[in-house]
Design a protein around this ligand. Sequence first.
Ligand code: NAD
Ligand code: TYD
Length: 342
Amino acid sequence: MPAKKILITGGAGFIGSCFVRQTLTKHPDYQVINLDALTYAGNLETLRDIENNPSYRFIKGDIGDKDLVDKLFAGGLDYVVNFAAESHVDRSISGPEIFTRTNILGAQNLLEAARKYWPRSQTARYLQVSTDEVYGSLGPSGCFTEETPLQPNSPYSASKAGADLLTRAYFHTFGLPVLTTRCSNNYGPYQFPEKLIPLMINNALAVQELPVYGDGRNIRDWLHVSDHCGALDIVLHQGAPGETYNIGGHNEKENIYIVRLILSELKKSETLIKYVKDRPGHDRRYAIDSGKMEKVFGWKPRYTFEQGIRETIQWYVSNQDWVNSVKSGDYLKYYKKQYAGR
Ligand code: NAD
Ligand code: TYD
């Protein structure tokens, strides 16, 4: 049997790079193609350790580029896992348009190519990597299930919900063998330092203010990135076409708890905490019911939050070269605009 060929889009980003690495390890017979536009969030430094692996090929390009995507499908693909996206809520507030272009139109371009090249395929799979944010915000109790109505509140989550709905429609209308996953907030190595955990670690290390939005009591449900990728591998190979699977680790934490934990681990003073103006439309609470993943596949996360967050903090302490390499001039400009005078 010829080796399976898998297209991973957005593989130079935080989660995609972890999935590229896991796939090369778990499926050494697969040919892995990583298609990534290398936006500010994508960095080949993240993949230095595997760049010479003969089963791996990197292609710099946009998932919205019709000719390029067509050419990749024409070369034969068994699986597509779409991570490529604009992924930061704050950026979607200051500039929403690129979110629609990449997250919705880009995904549709992949779906269209899959429809053209996989007519009646029983074995091909398209996996849309989505987020719990499509469900909107929860009150103090309850969890998102796969049946929770989509009520996205930010341009980011609305664009992800748009892609989810198109993915669903390509299954119902064209019979395309698609899968959708919705995961809670990820943390771990190689996360771009604009997101809560790496931003707070790096500011603490630099003895700079830690900007906490609003009252700091918004809740996110944290999962280690390698647990997310393990779940994606299971869904890709065992999931039923047309199905959606929630992925989460039952680790609900208030933001301020995480900020204090980081300061304490790094032995820095809580006087660095600065409460700043809240994010517009800030979702209060996310929590995922991943009962379907557990029931159908027996999946459970391996990391406890306590172990994962300590390892992650230590990873950032030991990998400041990586942090400095991804903080280009563009990021410094963004940081100033986002936080100055807030
Ligand atoms: P990220 O921002 O770190 O990485 C995104 C990657 O996509 C980057 O490498 C970027 O260069 C690439 N990209 C952007 N636009 C592209 C385009 N037009 N064509 C090709 N590549 C492009 O994001 P992440 O945190 O790794 O998230 C990956 C996916 O997982 C996203 O779809 C996101 O919505 C989803 N997700 C993220 C989380 C989280 O907590 N980070 C949780 C659930 C779901
Ligand atoms: P973030 O990492 O941007 O993920 P998301 O908004 O997609 O969940 O933010 C996580 C939480 O941390 C969110 O409630 C906003 C908050 N936050 C801050 O308080 N300060 C910050 O500087 C950032 C980036 C986030």
